[in-house]
Design a protein around this ligand. Structure first.
Ligand SMILES: [Zn+2]
Length: 149
């Protein structure tokens, strides 16, 4: 068995949220109808901080970071999702990842099977900026030396 890292304890939840926001919504968060979230809008529900729910001012739909993404309905926190996405690209075993993140194996397996298609669908058409490349490399390097069994 590979060494078990306390990975979620080593990441910041707010930084993970910011990363997912840029990754999942490069043009900004929108409701299911496609109405953009105004920058000054206050959250509708703050119970899952920092994953706030917002109520669209135009159509009234409630939405959040995960609405209309593969993560919709997930109860995972942002740190776990960042690590799952990283793991989904680096391919440590699902059993190992589920153990390390302390999440259900079957649920994680089902979500991971949906990731490659999603990654292709969201592949950028343009080159990354230096800042994005650094962040990308940081996530790629974060798992170096990690046993992938
Ligand atoms: Zn709307």
């Amino acid at each position: 068995m590979a060494m078990r890292f306390p990975l979620t304890d080593l990441l910041d939840e707010q930084e993970s949220y910011n990363f997912l926001l840029k990754t999942l919504h490069p043009d900004g968060m929108k409701c299911k109808q496609g109405h953009a979230l105004p920058p000054d809008q206050k959250p509708h529900d703050r119970r899952r901080d920092p994953i706030f729910d917002y109520r669209c001012r135009i159509c009234g739909n409630v939405f959040n970071l995960f609405t209309d993404t593969v993560w919709q309905g997930s109860q995972y926190d942002c740190r776990k999702i960042v690590l799952i996405v990283r793991g989904g690209l680096k391919r440590p075993s699902t059993l190992h990842l589920a153990d390390e993140l302390e999440v259900d194996y079957g649920t994680l397996l089902e979500r991971r099977h949906r990731l490659p298609k999603l990654a292709l669908a969201h592949k950028p058409d343009t080159a990354l900026t230096d800042e994005e490349t650094e962040a990308d490399e940081m996530f790629q390097n974060a798992g170096k030396g990690h046993q992938t069994c």
